[in-house]
Design a protein around this ligand. Structure first.
Ligand code: CIR
Length: 262
């Protein structure tokens, strides 16, 4: 079964890191309600949801994806590119410790999980303001022993690689061509976001279902036309913090006993 690790929205989310977005007021109650709806959609999609310890003092703690890259064989704890986010990592490590062998990205390396797109045994890693060459090289070495190939990939105009491209099936990517060239992924089919919907490429694919922001109906239609079963989630308040749907969970395959013990 799939265990989805999440974390409560911090009451300080209004102090989050921002790179490409202008700061706008975030309604914490609304963000919390949207996050609860997101967790409910994960359950409806077959996940067991487990919340990491709350970290109210860390504004971006809800975006748990950035703290780790979890594979079937191991978990790599990151060293986030934003220094304000590094304190998020230890509690994620402690939660993952009984579930996976742990490895760590060390200084001077930096890596955000949001820059790591896994397609089978291939990890595409965005070279971003958050993930540097040393971090990507360390990742390649750590996961190489388990048979994963790392492909560094430049992109532009958005925070993380997974703001620009995500998987919507084992063989299909949802891509924003303004941020990354679909030709970078010759082995995969791609669906482009609707040109009127920038920053619409972050979808969360769970076997059989695509969770997708309600804010992008035109791209949603493209996904549905190509055969995806889409479940819409209103994540507009979390989007003000520059977060998408993949950012709010860490998904890992576990056996039933492990999930029950969480
Ligand atoms: C940040 O700038 O780090 C947060 N405000 C947003 C992180 C979103 N995470 C993600 O895309 N994986």
């Amino acid at each position: 079964m799939i265990l989805a690790l999440t974390r409560a929205v911090s009451p300080r989310i209004g102090e989050c890191e921002l790179t490409y977005l202008e700061r706008s007021a975030i309604d914490v109650n609304r963000a919390t309600a949207q996050h609860a709806e997101y967790e409910q959609r994960l359950r409806e999609s077959g996940c067991v949801v487990h919340r990491l310890p709350a970290a109210p003092e860390l504004p971006d703690a809800v975006f748990v994806e950035d703290a780790a890259v979890v594979l079937d064989e191991l978990a790599v704890l990151t060293r986030p590119g934003a220094a304000s986010r590094r304190a998020e990592v230890p509690s994620v490590a402690e939660t993952l410790r009984p579930l996976r062998p742990l490895r760590f990205i060390d200084a001077p390396g930096t890596l955000d999980g949001g820059d790591v797109l896994r397609m089978g045994r291939d990890l595409f890693v965005g070279t971003s303001g958050r993930s540097n060459r040393a971090g990507i090289e360390q990742l390649a070495e750590l996961v190489g022993v388990a048979g994963y190939r790392v492909h560094p990939l430049p992109f532009q105009g958005c925070l993380h690689l997974k703001s620009a491209v995500t998987a919507v099936s084992e063989t299909t990517l949802l891509v924003d061509p303004r941020c990354v060239d679909p030709l970078e992924f010759p082995a995969f089919q791609s669906i482009e976001v609707h040109p009127a919907e920038p920053l619409a490429a972050n979808a969360l694919w769970l076997d059989g279902v695509v969770l997708y922001p309600a804010a992008f109906p035109l791209t949603r239609r493209r996904l549905e036309r190509s055969g995806s079963h889409v479940m819409a989630v209103d994540a507009s308040e979390l989007a003000r913090a520059e977060g998408g749907l993949t950012c709010c969970s860490l998904l890992l395959q576990v056996d039933e006993g492990m999930a029950a013990a969480r």
